[in-house]
Design a protein around this ligand. Structure first.
Ligand code: SF4
Length: 300
C-alpha cells in the first residue's frame, strides 16, 4: 500500500504551485475594485459566519444535461437521475447571465455533472467569457471537441477527464470505445498549444477505481502525457456521492484510493453560512437545479 501511495505522489508532472501561479497571473488583469470588495466580504462572512451582502465569484455550470460517455464512476449514475429529457441553454441566456453577473464574477467552470461540449454554442460561450472579462475553465472528456475551435477561444484552463491509458481499460471505465479519438484530440491540442506558445493550461485528471487501481494503465497514460507535454496530470480518489456500499463494484480495494466521506456530507459544509461563494447554473431551472443541489448549494 505504501508503495502505491508513493506512486500517486510521483504521478503529478508539475506540482500545484505551478497551476496556482498560472491562474493567479491570469486572474489579476480581470480583477476590478468591485470584485475585490466582493471577495473580501465573502472572506469575512466565511470566517465569522455572518451574512453580508455578497455575490458568488465562482459559477459552476452545465450547459446541457447529457453526456457522450457512460463512465462507471459518474456522479449522475450514482445519483440515478430520473429526468431523461435533454435540456440545454442557449447563447442568449448565457450572455444575459454574464451581463447580470460579470460585476462580481471572476471564474466560470463549464462542466459540473455533464459534458459541456455537447452544447452547440459552447465555443461562442467560451469566447463571450473573454468579452465580459470572466475567466473560463472547461472540464471535458474531449470526445466531441473541435480542437481548432477550442484553441481559438483561448480558454485558459482545460481539464480533461481520462482514467485509462489503453483502449481496453478506457472502454471498461468510460463505457465507450473512444480511446484513440480522445488520445488524438489531446495530442492535437497539446501540439497546437506548445507549437504556438499559447497561454492555455491543460490538466488531465484520472479517477482511481477498481479497474485502474493496479496503476498499469495509469502509467501508460502518464508516459503518453509526458511525451505530448501536457502541463499537469493528477489522480483523484474515487468519491462516492451516496453511501460507499452502493458503489462496491467500482470501489478500489486500496483504502487510500477512495474518499471515506460521501459527497453530500462534504458539500453540506456550505450550509453553515448563507453567503455562498459558489453558485450552480443548470440548463433547466426545474430539473437540473434540484439535481445539482446534491453537490453544490445555490445562492438563490
Ligand atoms: S465524462 Fe463525466 S459526465 Fe460523462 S459519463 Fe463520464 S463522468 Fe459522467
Amino acid at each position: 500500500m505504501k508503495s502505491n501511495q508513493l506512486k500517486i505522489k510521483k504521478s503529478g508532472i508539475i506540482n500545484n504551485i505551478d497551476l496556482f501561479l498560472f491562474l493567479l497571473k491570469k486572474t489579476i488583469p480581470y480583477l476590478t475594485i468591485y470584485k475585490i470588495i466582493n471577495l473580501f466580504k465573502l472572506f469575512i462572512s466565511k470566517i465569522f459566519y455572518i451574512k453580508l451582502n455578497t455575490k458568488p465569484y465562482f459559477i459552476l455550470t452545465d450547459t446541457i444535461n447529457t453526456c457522450n460517455l457512460d463512465c462507471k464512476m459518474c456522479f449522475t449514475k450514482q445519483i440515478h437521475f430520473k429526468e431523461k429529457i435533454v435540456y440545454s441553454y442557449d447563447i442568449e441566456f448565457f450572455e444575459d447571465f454574464l451581463k447580470k453577473n460579470n460585476k462580481t464574477l471572476i471564474f466560470i467552470m463549464f462542466g459540473c455533472l455533464w459534458e459541456p461540449s455537447l452544447n452547440k454554442d459552447i465555443y461562442k460561450m467560451l469566447e463571450l467569457c473573454n468579452k465580459y472579462k470572466v475567466l473560463a475553465f472547461l472540464t471535458t472528456n474531449l470526445v466531441n471537441c473541435d480542437i481548432n475551435k477550442l484553441v481559438k477561444t483561448q480558454t485558459p484552463y482545460i481539464q480533461v477527464s481520462i482514467s485509462a491509458g489503453d483502449k481496453e481499460i478506457y472502454k471498461k471505465i468510460h463505457g465507450k470505445d473512444y480511446f484513440i479519438k480522445v488520445q488524438k484530440n489531446l495530442a492535437d491540442l497539446a501540439y497546437i498549444i506548445n507549437n504556438q506558445k499559447l497561454s492555455i493550461y491543460i490538466h488531465v485528471k484520472s479517477v482511481l477505481q477498481k479497474d485502474n487501481e493496479n496503476l498499469k494503465t495509469i502509467k501508460k497514460l502518464r508516459l503518453f502525457l509526458k511525451k505530448i507535454k501536457i502541463n499537469k496530470f493528477s489522480l483523484k480518489k474515487f468519491q462516492s456521492v451516496r453511501n460507499l456500499n452502493d458503489n462496491l463494484e467500482i470501489l478500489p480495494k486500496n483504502t487510500n484510493f477512495f474518499d471515506k466521506t460521501n459527497g453530500i456530507d462534504k458539500f453540506s459544509i456550505h450550509k453553515k453560512t448563507r453567503n455562498y461563494s459558489m453558485k450552480y447554473v443548470g440548463p433547466d431551472k426545474k430539473t437540473s437545479k434540484n439535481e445539482a443541489l446534491y453537490l453544490i448549494e445555490s445562492s438563490e
